[in-house]
Design a protein around this ligand. Structure first.
Ligand SMILES: [Zn+2]
Length: 514
């Protein structure tokens, strides 16, 4: 069976999703999980785009050792040098160098002739070769490029030292037949193509990202790029968990293997959803909440008689376990520690203590603490920033009802360690709370999005709040969870504000290869 390399770009293309903003600790947590999932390459970021991204890529390169780490770079010496600084300590560093090759991009965006683009591509690959052992070269907007021009430029960049050739469908325009044809054409016409591996990178603007990725491997691509949950620019990228399961279930049609551990799909998807704040549609393939739910009586009856009548994917294949062991009031430290490990966390002694304390406090309010609850608490603790000056919630009280004006009182400690408190009103309890927080915090804050969801089911479920805001002109996002909706709201607000003080990855504003 042909092995397909998996190139994950959740931390680069995925992070380019509108409104997504991860800090270093969150990126690192996702990177560790991608390693467990078994990807071959992870694109950790775009080092030249911001100091925050540079540092996140460097931290991942130093920490994650069993996966090749890549960084995105435009065709400039400065981008290449910056990427090298960020990646040089990685076990297997890879440069992902791109330049556009379609007439529309070359004429209007780059304002360069095809000859100039070819020269620049060759020069930059050669320049990078002195540093990087692996160079992936991308022909941005390949699917709208002239095929013979592609053949010429690819031949030259391979001669210059490129080891991977990526042909992205940057704008999600290609159809499967067309995209497959491009790979076949390149495979058959590029003289030195055996010196490089061919890679597919698809966007989902027409809902064809998965179909196009499959067409690519049927026509010579041996690397596929994508993201977890399909997040990414605009309509997103090909979803790697869908790709992996499609290959797994339809081996008869797709004689390909990957090194992915399908059992890690649920955890990977949950973590990315939680940390990015990008919700998943209930009907999304493989990881949607309803992906394994059977509503109609006829279907339920069929599944009871023989699961495969209506269920082509066994939920346990993707790591969904039905017989989860819930913890409660009487669960002790030992059971709790075992649970932490089974949920895939390795916490420091200090964080483990904090987790146990929060778990115990939750059992006072909730009879059964589910895996979902614990996953939320543990993720929050694992990505919490310590040893850094920040705003911290000391106490809050909110009064609200149909007769009185909703009023909130909040006490905080400020980054310089002072205690401060005040009260404000609002049209509703959340607004009152947020007006109060805004009055206490010196930064300039503009809230752009507020999203409330529940973790699991039942009236005692944990509340989870995601917010997006502009703090001192920086777009940031924040999240918080609690048994109390208002406390979760306050935590999310402060979590976002505090990002200004720590490892904030500012958004990639330049055009990136997508
Ligand atoms: Zn992309």
């Amino acid at each position: 069976m042909q092995n397909i390399h998996i190139f994950d770009t959740t931390l680069r293309d995925g992070e380019q999703s509108p409104g997504v903003n991860l800090n270093q600790l969150e990126k690192l947590e996702i990177a560790r999980q991608l390693e467990r999932f078994g990807v071959n390459v992870m694109e950790a970021g775009f080092p030249a785009s911001s100091q925050g991204d540079f540092e996140a890529v460097r931290t991942i390169a130093r920490t994650v050792r069993n996966v090749s780490i890549a960084g995105l770079s435009r065709a400039t010496k400065n981008d290449i040098d910056t990427s090298w600084e960020a990646l040089k300590e990685a076990e297997a560093p890879r440069l992902h160098l791109f330049i556009a090759t379609s007439p529309i991009h070359m004429t209007y965006k780059l304002k360069k002739s095809p000859e100039q683009v070819t020269q620049l591509a060759v020069d930059m690959v050669r320049y990078a070769k002195a540093k990087f052992p692996q160079i992936e070269w991308s022909a941005e907007d390949a699917s709208r490029s002239d095929l013979d021009f592609l053949v010429q430029i690819i031949e030259k960049v391979i001669d210059a030292g490129a080891t991977v050739i990526n042909l992205p469908d940057t704008v999600g325009y290609a159809t499967p037949a067309e995209y497959g044809r491009m790979f076949r054409y390149v495979k058959e016409n590029v003289r030195n193509i055996d010196k490089a591996i061919l890679s597919a990178h698809c966007h989902d603007d027409l809902g064809l990202a998965m179909a196009n990725s499959l067409a690519a491997i049927e026509n010579g691509a041996t690397q596929v790029e994508g993201t977890i949950n399909g997040i990414g620019e605009r309509a997103g990228n090909a979803a790697l968990e869908e790709f992996a399961v499609a290959l797994g279930i339809r081996k008869d049609q797709f004689p390909f293997s990957t090194g992915l551990n399908l059992k890690e799909i649920k955890r990977t998807s949950d973590l990315v959803r939680k940390l990015t704040g990008m919700p998943i549609a209930p009907n999304k393939a493989v990881v949607g909440q309803n992906a394994f739910a059977h509503e109609s009586g006829i279907h339920q009856d069929g599944v009871l008689k023989h699961p495969q009548t209506y269920e082509i994917i066994n939920p346990s294949m993707v790591g969904i376990e039905s017989n989860e062991l819930v913890l409660g009031k009487h669960s002790g430290r030992h059971a709790f520690k075992e649970k932490i490990e089974r949920l895939g966390f390795s916490l420091t002694e200090e964080k483990s203590e904090e987790a146990f304390r929060q778990f115990k406090s939750l059992t006072d309010r909730k009879k059964e603490v589910t895996d979902e609850d614990l996953f939320t608490i543990l993720t929050d603790i694992q990505t919490a920033v310590s040893d850094v000056k920040k705003y911290e919630l000391l106490a809050y009280q909110v009064q609200s009802g149909s007769i009185n004006l909703p009023t909130a009182t909040v006490a905080l400690t400020t980054p310089d360690g002072m205690r401060t408190e005040t009260a404000r009103t609002g049209k509703g309890p959340v607004e009152a709370l947020y007006n109060t927080l805004e009055a206490l915090i010196k930064e300039e804050i503009h809230l752009t999005k507020y999203q409330l969801s529940s973790v699991g089911q039942g009236r005692d479920a944990l509340a989870e709040v995601h917010v997006k805001m502009i703090v001192n002109e920086l777009p940031v996002s924040g999240r918080g969870s609690s048994h109390d909706v208002l406390e979760a709201s306050a935590k999310a607000f402060l979590n976002a504000v505090n990002r200004v003080f720590y490892g904030q990855t500012t958004k990639v504003l330049q055009t990136a290869n997508s």
